[in-house]
Design a protein around this ligand. Structure first.
Ligand code: SF4
Length: 197
């Protein structure tokens, strides 16, 4: 079957591509207007393209349209659950459109390799996007390959980002790292017999 694989970045492409290419004719689309800022978008894209070129993988890039992404998540910025669903719908909608345009019968996404993404939201967004484009959404769950994807991307020296992609996730990830830093510091202080109240 001819499958279009939506890819969010190079590290996440590794395992899903190999899994799908074992049984399908796979091409890749980089459709990620969520990524902020543009320099980060380009950095992730170039890592993906470098790897794909070395493997002879066909990749096309959808137009980078951050204004369309802003419109898709308008009003949902502070609600990550709903914001991410809208984000998935937009990106998979673009990818499904490209799949249909080049004669692919199905769409899959590398998003399902990440244990940090909501698989139900991805499935619902994918099915909705594909129904609109007249292609099948290929249901995948690559989370058991996340460890291998991490290992391989490190071995390849790939850039590995520390936030999902949008400006809100950059702030959220920074807050999470700071909270964990404070928790670790608190535990160290407690282990050293620090102050209790
Ligand atoms: S956190 Fe990730 S999936 Fe959610 S809206 Fe931001 S870029 Fe999209």
């Amino acid at each position: 079957m001819k499958v279009m694989l939506h890819a969010c970045c190079g590290p996440c492409l590794l395992e899903p591509y190999d899994a799908l290419a074992a049984t399908h004719d796979v091409r890749v689309v980089y459709a990620n207007p969520n990524i902020h800022p543009r320099a980060e978008y380009e950095r992730r894209r170039d890592v993906l393209l470098d790897y794909a070129a070395g493997r002879g993988i066909v990749v096309e890039e959808a137009p980078y349209d951050p204004a369309a992404w802003d419109a898709a998540v308008a009003g949902l910025e502070a609600d990550p659950g709903r914001r991410c669903r809208a984000c998935f719908r937009l990106r998979l909608g673009v990818a499904a459109g490209r799949a249909a345009a080049v004669g692919c019968e199905a769409l899959a996404t590398t998003l399902t390799v990440s244990p940090y993404q909501d698989p139900v939201a991805i499935r619902e967004a994918g099915e909705e996007a594909c129904a609109g484009a007249g292609v099948t959404f290929l249901l995948t769950d690559f989370r058991d390959r996340y460890g291998d994807a991490t290992r391989r991307s490190r071995e390849l020296g790939m850039y590995r980002q520390n936030y999902c992609g949008c400006r809100y996730s950059d702030d959220e990830a920074a807050s999470t790292r700071e909270r964990r830093r404070l928790e670790r510091a608190g535990r160290r202080e407690g282990a050293a017999g620090g102050t209790t109240i």
